[in-house]
Design a protein around this ligand. Structure first.
Ligand code: PAP
Length: 341
């Protein structure tokens, strides 16, 4: 099945290359990682014991930072690559499903579609996991990452580089979704993180790939500067008008929906296939797992909680809502980007 890439073991960078990259170069990446790691600022982790700050961004030391070194040193982008970029818990699972279904809509029937038996995350390689077979993958490649735009190598972001689809979400919903998700993955030996603590960390920017607002602004600015390269979406818009957004997605990806497809209801079929109701009730998403590394194994069911807009507010106090709204207004001031209250 060439659409499915198993996630390799990224715990040691050198394990991931299957001889495709010169061992000296791999050694150099490993050495660089070991050299910088001890000197990076540390902050409290949500899922792991701590996060490290690299070039202003908070990353898990054993996974995301290694993945970043791999991307920076060894990833060979193609101008035909499409990279789905997201901050965690902003709609990644949904966007992956919609994009995969849109691009491959003439290849698979809706009755026996891969998304019926594979979690959306299993349909697209995740750059952080140092996928080892990317070079042999046919174009156009659909890729995914949580890395902020600013950390990606120039080869991905400048001139003849990849195209990106980015999705963002109201920070209150992101925070609460992330807090609940991370506590489920947090090892038993570490005490759960309280909402108050998660809130403080999030507001200070200390959360995977955070600060959240910088992440959003990086892709927002890139979408304004090069709209043909970066499609910027909001989870809330997707909820409100899914068919409009799916058509925009098709156009951006170079797979516009024809009038005939529209009249035959292909857009609706894709929306139905990728809906929260459908995906969350599939056996694969109720009982299987996603293996990101030897240490990170996630029950697929954790990717599906409520899928609602505004749910975060029911967990937060009025004071918390006020503070996070104030931070958001301040950070986004003058950018032209707004979130609801
Ligand atoms: P990830 O970063 O771990 O991949 P991501 O998919 O970005 O997570 O976000 C998960 C959120 O999207 C969950 O939101 P909640 O906690 O507020 O409920 C999840 O329920 C929601 N979600 C997952 N799949 C869908 C879908 N098909 N439609 C709408 N929302 C979805």
């Amino acid at each position: 099945m060439d659409y499915f890439l198993t996630s390799p073991d990224c715990d040691t960078i050198s394990k991931t290359y299957n001889g495709q990259i010169d061992s000296h170069l791999i050694q150099k990446t490993n050495d660089g990682y070991r050299e910088i790691l001890p000197n990076l600022p540390r902050g409290k982790g949500w899922m792991t014991e701590h996060l490290v700050q690299y070039q202003g961004v908070w990353l898990t030391p054993n996974f995301a930072l290694k993945g970043l070194m791999w991307v920076q040193d060894h990833f060979k982008p193609r101008s035909t690559d499409i990279c789905l970029a997201t901050f965690p818990k902003t709609g990644t699972t949904w966007l992956k499903a919609l994009t995969f279904a849109t691009v491959n809509r003439t290849r698979y029937g809706f009755a026996d579609h891969p998304l019926l038996t594979t979690v959306p995350h299993g349909c697209l390689p995740f750059l952080e996991a140092c996928p080892n077979d990317l070079d042999g993958f046919p174009s156009p490649r659909l890729l995914s990452t949580h890395f902020p735009y600013t950390l990606l190598p120039n080869s991905m972001t400048v001139n003849q580089s990849c195209r990106f689809v980015y999705i963002c979400r109201d920070p209150k919903d992101v925070l609460v979704s992330k807090w609940l998700f991370m506590n489920k993955l947090r090892p038993k030996e570490l005490a759960p993180i309280s909402l108050e603590e998660a809130f403080e960390l999030f507001c200070q920017g200390i959360s995977h790939y955070g600060p959240y607002w910088d992440h959003v602004l990086g892709y927002w600015k890139a979408s304004l500067e090069t709209p043909e390269k970066v499609l910027f979406l909001k989870y809330e818009e997707l909820k409100e008008e899914p068919s409009v957004v799916v058509k925009r997605l098709g156009e951006f990806l170079g797979h516009p929906f024809s009038l005939e497809e529209v009249s035959k209801g292909v857009v609706e079929e894709i929306m139905k296939l990728c809906s929260f109701e459908n995906l969350s009730n599939l056996e694969v998403n109720k009982s299987s797992v996603l293996k990101l590394s030897t240490q990170i194994i996630i029950d697929n069911r954790h990717f599906f909680r409520k899928g609602k807009v505004g749910d975060g507010k029911s967990y937060l106090t009025d004071e918390m809502i006020k503070r996070i709204n104030e931070i958001t207004s301040e950070k986004l001031l003058g950018s032209g980007l707004v979130f609801g209250s």
